[in-house]
Structure formats: C-alpha cells, structure tokens
Design a protein around this ligand. Structure first.
Ligand SMILES: [Zn+2]
Length: 87
C-alpha cells in the first residue's frame, strides 16, 4: 500500500471527533512510528492520520477502520472491547 492507497482507504470516513464525513481533505499525514503502518517506499513503519478540516481532530487510520497498525491499535481495541463489555 502506498500513501495514496491509504489516503483513498481513509477518504469519506466519519471523523471520530465530530462525525462529519466530508470534512477530510485527501492529504494524509505521517511520521516514523514503530507501531504504525507498512507503507511502500518507506524504510520504517509510518503512523498515519488524517486531520479533520472541520474540528481539527487527528484521526489515526485505525480509528477510521483502516487496518495495518500494530501494538497500539491492538491495545486500544482491547481496551475498547473491555469498556463496551462493561456497559
Ligand atoms: Zn472532525
């Protein structure tokens, strides 16, 4: 997957912060992160997120339902499952 592919995968998803669908631009932000996604043409994993133009929330791609991140996402999902189970 290239950055462009990830960008396409993240497009038109709902922002975690405000729920708006169309407030993303197509630009994906990224930085070196061991727990991030494998991206073509990068030597190390990249943490990928899309900044919402409406509320400025940084939506990590796994929150938008784009799989590929390691560790952090697993922990976050596990935490979320526990919270949901309790409710
Ligand atoms: Zn938003």
């Amino acid at each position: 997957m290239t950055l462009k592919d990830y960008s396409s995968a993240a497009a038109r998803k709902k922002c975690v912060g405000c729920g708006h669908k169309t407030s993303f631009n197509s630009k994906i932000e990224y930085y070196n992160h061991e727990g991030g996604w494998l991206v073509e043409n990068f030597n190390v994993r990249q943490w990928l997120y899309v900044k919402c133009l409406n509320c400025h929330y940084d939506n990590a791609l796994w929150k938008l339902g784009v799989p590929g991140a390691v560790e952090e996402s697993k922990n976050e999902w596990a935490r979320r499952i526990v919270v949901e189970y309790r409710e």
